[in-house]
Design a protein around this ligand. Structure first.
Ligand code: AGP
Length: 615
């Protein structure tokens, strides 16, 4: 969604801000802007609609000199993506950038207009500029307190940064249900060479510092070149822990691949090894889940909550947990959960799954399930994210930074955690024999290699993609664990190629979607060997009898499938529990190649954002 970068120090701010915003480009945006404050000059603003390159051109033509500034990429919620609606917004001597939504903005706007305030944009965010301006015009010299007081009048979510013309080298930052962190410069440098940073995502400032402070909900901070001072929601000075970032920027670069998505698909064997590292205990027939301490005997039911791809991982998780641990599992779309008055019984473990750890719906569902008395666990990729910090316990997926909007490696790492969680529960509930755990652990540790081998065999997927790239609709069918895999395959195709695709449980095909089948409809069938195999073959025959084009995903050694299919992709023969791990890869590649051949913006598909921080 929106991105925020702030800088105060001794270097030219606009260059640093643009570089930082470039690191956040992958999150998706529709306009961008910066505000820069010079030593003896008031704040000057540059904004543009569209890509960052346009803002860069503007700044090349008309540079903004100054060593303190704030930068923003906007993803429109209130008001069209135009230059006028782009941030920063300015009123009087105040300039602000904002991520989030002000829920009572209409009411506040009407009130401010009735006392003569004039608004220049359609955004909710501009309200902040007016409110802070009014606080400051009251004569206070406490810039941070003025911002805190303005925040007391709004309802909603925010990560904001504020500049004031009369406060050179000062930025006030605040956070409430939207990510924001402070990056600490090297304070041992001589005075005159000190600096500090602010960002909504650490990638924006990682080139300059690895030391960060995550603001807590309700915090405000006064950031200067020399120091950072944090205050809690009550206005009391507080010390927030410093965190060191240990991944490097190279992992966030393309490394020779045409797109981040392709790179991330190819990273999966390594990611899987990283996710498993230190967690398999074959000797003890057990798994280790970081410092997780779950009273398994007290847990009677598990509720899984997530959105999008993470929701599909949760659907696989339900199957895995129920099969291995014999524990009832519900799966809910996080965006639906809190609006349907859910029943949460004593003994419920609420598990939220989120790559980014910042998805607003998932965070809201986590808070709701917690409020209703469940103990909570997060499966999360981003250390220190809001979801990771809100849940009682966290299992990190260790997939590394995922840049492409379409989630790939994070998905398979989530599946891996579910396998481990199923074994963890299964063992402690006495539902699985040690010998079976050992067999599964042995096979699991060989999956990264099988994935690597599979990736080597897959250039053929591009040929298949070329054959079907002009199709207007696709159907994806699967049964059992193949069903969420089909849903995920369809989602991948939709989001990056803009081709309509539907995932369906293959048993449901006769109850409706079969009416769509004709010679123009490619049907991707997950037909791996396992309990549902024979039935899937029947569904396949039904599609074929109606002229549908069949692309089968089958198990190596399956000689029969070729006669029933137009195209076949073979994947390694693995235990049913691990099938989603290998079956997902060709589907990710099919979506990737179709999108690439159609010439869409693979890494930043239209209308989408990497982390969806609004509900
Ligand atoms: C995945 O390809 C999507 N872009 C999207 O569905 C995503 O999985 C969803 O927004 C949830 O994100 P999260 O895992 O970061 O919570």
């Amino acid at each position: 969604m929106c991105g925020i970068v702030g800088y105060t120090g001794y270097r030219e701010a606009s260059t640093l801000l643009l570089d930082g915003l470039r690191r956040l480009e992958y999150r998706g945006y529709d306009s961008a802007g910066v505000a820069v404050l010079g030593h003896n000059t008031p704040v000057r603003i540059a904004r543009s609609e569209g890509r960052l390159a346009r803002l860069r051109e503007l700044l090349d033509r008309e540079p903004l000199a100054g060593q303190c500034g704030i930068g923003h990429t906007r993803w429109a919620t209130h008001g069209r993506p135009t230059e006028v609606n782009a941030h920063p917004h300015r009123q009087g001597k105040v300039s602000i950038i904002h991520n989030g939504i002000i829920e009572n903005h209409l009411e506040l706007r009407a009130r401010l207009e009735s006392v003569g305030c004039k608004f220049s944009s359609e955004t909710d965010s501009e309200i902040f500029a007016h409110l802070v301006d009014r606080e400051m015009s009251g004569g206070t010299s406490d810039f941070r307190a003025a911002v805190a007081s303005a925040l007391g009048k709004v309802r909603g979510t925010w990560a904001i940064c504020v500049l004031h013309d009369d406060h050179p080298f000062e930025i006030v930052a605040a956070r409430h249900n939207a990510p924001l962190l402070l990056g600490l410069g090297d304070e041992t440098r001589p005075a005159g060479q000190r600096e500090n940073f602010i960002a909504s995502d650490v990638a924006a400032i990682l080139e300059h510092t690895r030391r960060v402070i995550d603001l807590d909900e309700g915090d405000t901070a006064l950031v200067t070149r020399e120091s950072v001072a944090v205050f809690d929601a009550a206005g009391k000075p507080v010390t927030r822990a410093e965190r060191r970032i240990d991944w490097n920027l190279l992992t966030a670069e393309k490394e020779g691949f045409k797109h981040f998505m392709l790179k991330e698909i190819h990273e999966q064997p390594r990611v899987l090894s990283d996710t498993l590292a230190g967690r398999l205990l074959p000797q003890q027939a057990d798994v280790r889940l970081d410092g997780i301490d779950l009273d398994v005997t007290a847990i009677r039911r598990i509720t899984l909550l997530a959105c999008g791809t993470s929701y599909h991982a949760a659907l696989c998780g339900k199957y895995m947990l129920e099969r291995v641990a014999r524990i009832p599992v519900d799966v809910d779309l996080a965006s639906e959960f809190r609006y349907r008055d859910p029943v949460v019984e004593p003994g419920t473990l609420g598990v939220v799954i989120s790559q980014s750890g910042e998805t607003a719906d998932t965070l809201a569902a986590l808070r709701e399930v917690k409020r209703l008395g469940a103990s909570t666990l997060a499966i999360c990729n981003v250390v220190g994210s809001t979801i990771a910090r809100t849940a009682d316990q966290v299992i990190h997926t260790h997939a590394g930074p995922e840049v492409s909007v379409a989630s790939t490696k994070a998905f398979t790492s989530q599946l891996t955690i579910f396998v481990l969680l199923a074994l963890y529960f299964g063992k402690r509930r006495g539902q699985i024999a040690d010998t079976e755990i050992q067999r599964l652990l042995g096979e699991l540790s060989a999956i990264p290699e099988a994935m690597g081998h599979l990736l080597g065999q897959l250039p053929a997927v591009r040929t298949i993609a070329r054959r079907y790239m002009h199709a207007r609709d696709f159907l994806y069918l699967g049964r059992g664990l193949g069903y969420p895999v089909a849903l995920e395959g369809a989602l991948k195709l939709k989001e990056i190629s803009y081709v309509h695709a539907e995932g369906y449980a293959s048993g449901e095909m006769k109850h409706g979607p079969i009416a769509l089948v004709d010679e123009n409809l490619p049907v991707v069938v997950i037909a791996l060997r396992g309990p549902g195999y024979e039935k899937v073959l029947s569904n396949l025959a039904e599609v074929r009898a109606r002229g549908g084009k069949i692309i089968s995903l089958a198990t190596v050694g399956d000689a029969a499938i070729a006669d029933l299919s137009d195209d076949v992709v073979l994947v390694p023969d693995v235990d049913e529990l691990f099938q989603p791990l290998v079956a997902s890869i060709p589907l990710q590649l099919l979506a990737y190649h179709i999108a690439d051949l159609r010439g869409t913006d693979v890494d930043q598909p239209r209308n989408l954002a990497k982390s969806v921080t609004v509900e």
